[in-house]
Design a protein around this ligand. Structure first.
Ligand code: ZN
Length: 199
């Protein structure tokens, strides 16, 4: 027997696929949504559809953006030869919030994770290597998370590009082990950047 109406069950089902949303949270959200004013619900649904339909990957750094080239890559005052490698757009945003970093980024959209079958070619790593062939980079700063996957990815990238003579650095581990970059405050991030070490 269905506990709820088919519509509510479907809404709960769709919400529960979101990360961090278990069945209980999905139920809470579903009942919240159906009690919201109709126009608010429409705005929410439209925002989701429009974001999904219109957001692109930047052609240079692969961050998520509204344009072909993101505002950071477009900015000519930044140092385009210093490239910071991050796992995702949220990490890039975290570094941008510090206001300290004046180089550009490369967004991998993940990290190498053999246990989940995620290999180097499943993230935007081939794109980084291609980019390094056309840009005369002075430094690649590896700012992947300090999780096992982040460290594995950092070591892998370092091995690949060090032989090319490009300076490779890793942000300092003032960042707690297993800590997700995006949850770390701006002061700690700035410090981790300043105290980066040669790989
Ligand atoms: Zn970009």
């Amino acid at each position: 027997m269905e506990l709820y109406s088919g519509y509510i069950s479907r809404l709960i089902g769709e919400l529960s696929v979101l990360p961090g949303i278990g069945n209980k949270s999905a139920q809470r959200l579903a009942f919240h949504i159906i009690n919201m004013p109709k126009d608010k619900v429409e705005n929410l649904a439209n925002a989701m559809t429009e974001a999904r339909n219109n957001i692109k990957y930047c052609k240079e750094c692969f961050t998520l953006t509204d344009n072909e080239i993101c505002p950071v890559c477009k900015d000519e005052t930044r140092d385009h030869r210093q490239i910071m490698v991050v796992e995702n757009t949220r990490d890039m945003t975290a570094y941008e919030k510090t206001g300290k970093y004046k180089g550009v980024y490369h967004v991998l959209h993940g990290a190498i994770n053999p246990s989940l079958g995620v290999g180097p070619n499943d993230i935007r790593l081939p794109e980084l290597l291609r980019r390094l062939q056309s840009v005369d980079a002075t430094e690649v700063i590896i700012a992947t998370n300090s999780s096992i996957e982040g460290e594995t990815t950092a070591m892998y990238i370092s091995k690949l590009i060090k032989s090319s003579g490009i300076r490779v650095t890793r942000i300092a581990s003032g960042v707690p082990v297993g800590g997700e970059l995006e949850n770390i405050d701006e002061v700690t991030l700035s410090r981790a950047l300043d105290a980066r070490v040669e790989l």
